[in-house]
Design a protein around this ligand. Structure first.
Ligand code: BES
Ligand code: MN
Ligand code: MN
Length: 463
């Protein structure tokens, strides 16, 4: 471990604990004050870390923390992106300790301990590694280039106002590369760098039958039941081979070369351990693709929630008037979220059986992202990881989404390096989210190594 990290270990951890105590839940307006408090704390810590210009920029939603240190306009600029907002902790009763009262516990996967709290891994813990890496570089007079930071408070609700921020503050966002830690590695012995994110199309459907809830005895048998019919419609969205039946859905899906599939297939995967880790006795999906491929380079369609009728205690005999479902589709290159949403709406309307009407409301979407590996920035990240872990990282495409990354490329013309350190078992978005202390400290070290590597490779590439 770097001597500076070793000497400041406890403080680095305690500062993160303080940040994790703030319930910065962006989805719930009742927490808007806490979201603001988290932004203020991040801003203060950035100043303390030696970033001279730091602003908490108000937006129509939650604020963006923007910081910069320009040491020489002729040097390259790294922009750090992260988010200080978190997912709601629900269901709170499934947490072993309260989500905003961080505790450190040892686990089988994290024998050195992990910090348990909402946001520990996604993304406060990972974002804060950057603040500490910059403190390290500043304090040792080793910051080799310009740095900007854009830490937002609305990632978990679709980053709508960050898009607004990109357009309204375009002039101060010029950079050569964006550096992000909001993804994962394979495991603590197998470093990896994320080279792809899936896109997203998210819709809500409403199926309406009779004009009011009906007695299921008096009307049952002839009155169309929207819950029965919605279930059928949803079930028909995938065929028995695991293919999505929405017409045109696969038209733009990227066909990967055998070489590419081989390269990505080098990441180790243990199917039995995978099944055990989530408590299932079998996997589903397209037989012609490996299980990791089904979760990364192939698109999906999943119901996230479905409701209607009577769901309270006991039994109530009723044919509901309405039934609802929230449906997410994860997209891969070169699918376009708007086009997919349109195809979904058309398809869903076309399969509505007689007796019901359907309404589809689109929610947020996101364009998929692929990062090249033959760039100075990727090589710099790869070298940094190799020197921290003693092993060369493997490139991996992730199944998750960070929609703003594709927008960075579109609006700023900048590529992103997705150098995250979380583990899939860290339970992000779930009860008992945690982040390994090993991951936290090695992350700080790796990020600090990235900067000189990047500047060196960037300069020699420019010559
Ligand atoms: N950090 C995650 C995304 C992620 C996690 C990508 C692990 C790759 C590996 C991010 O905070 C997230 O949760 N994104 C959402 C999308 C967003 C629009 C709510 C997602 O993927 O569901
Ligand atoms: Mn995240
Ligand atoms: Mn998240």
């Amino acid at each position: 471990m770097h001597p500076y990290i070793k000497a400041n270990k406890d403080r680095f951890l305690n500062e993160l604990i303080e940040l994790l105590k703030i319930p910065s839940i962006s989805a719930d307006s009742a927490y808007a004050g806490d979201v603001k408090r988290a932004a203020d704390m991040v801003a203060l810590r950035l100043k303390e870390a030696g970033i001279p210009t730091v602003e908490v920029v108000e937006t129509p939603g939650h604020p963006v923390v923007f910081g910069e240190k320009i040491i020489d306009p002729n040097l390259p600029t790294v922009m750090v992106y992260g988010h200080y907002d978190v997912q709601p902790p629900d269901p709170v009763e499934l947490w072993d300790s309260p989500p905003f009262e961080p505790v450190i516990k040892k686990t089988d996967i994290h024998p050195d301990g992990a910090i348990f709290a909402r946001g520990a891994c996604d993304d406060k813990g990972q974002m804060y590694m950057h603040v500490k890496a910059l403190e390290l570089l500043n304090n040792n007079n080793e910051l080799p280039c310009n740095v900007k930071l854009m830490i937002e408070g609305e990632e978990e609700v679709g980053s709508a106002n960050l898009a607004w921020f990109l357009e309204n503050h375009r002039e101060k966002l010029d950079c050569d590369i964006i550096l992000i830690s909001d993804t994962g590695i394979i495991d603590n012995e197998t470093p990896s760098i994320c080279v792809g994110l899936r896109g997203l199309s998210y819709v809500e459907v409403e199926v309406t039958g009779p004009n009011r809830d009906l007695h299921s005895g008096l009307y049952g048998g002839a009155a169309p039941n929207p819950l029965n019919l919605l279930s059928k419609m949803v079930a028909s969205l995938q065929d028995e081979k695991g293919r999505i039946t929405v017409k045109g859905f696969y038209d733009d899906v990227e066909v990967l070369s055998t070489e590419m599939r081989e390269e990505l297939g080098r990441a180790p995967f243990d199917e039995e351990a995978f099944k055990k880790s989530i408590g299932i006795n079998g996997v589903i999906g397209e037989a012609e693709y490996s299980v990791p491929e089904r979760m990364s380079i192939r698109p999906t369609l999943d119901v996230n929630g479905m409701w209607g009728g009577y769901t309270g205690e006991g039994a109530k005999t009723v044919i509901p008037s309405k039934a609802y479902a929230k449906i997410s589709m994860r997209l891969v290159p070169f699918q376009n979220p708007d086009k997919i949403t349109d195809l979904f709406v058309k398809h869903f309307e076309s399969i509505a059986p007689e007796g019901v009407t359907v309404k589809v409301t689109p929610h947020h979407g996101g364009v998929p992202y692929v990062a090249p590996t033959d760039t100075p920035a990727y090589q710099a990240a790869s070298d940094a990881m190799e020197s921290a872990y003693g092993k060369k990282p493997v490139p991996v495409r992730s199944g998750g989404s960070i929609p703003i990354v594709a927008l960075f490329e579109e609006k700023l013309g900048a590529k992103s390096i997705l150098m995250g350190f979380g583990l899939n078992s860290d339970a992000i978005h779930s009860p008992n989210e945690h982040y390994g202390l090993f991951n936290y400290f090695i992350g700080i070290e790796t990020i600090a190594k990235f900067y000189p590597n990047f500047v060196e490779r960037h300069q020699s590439n420019a010559q």
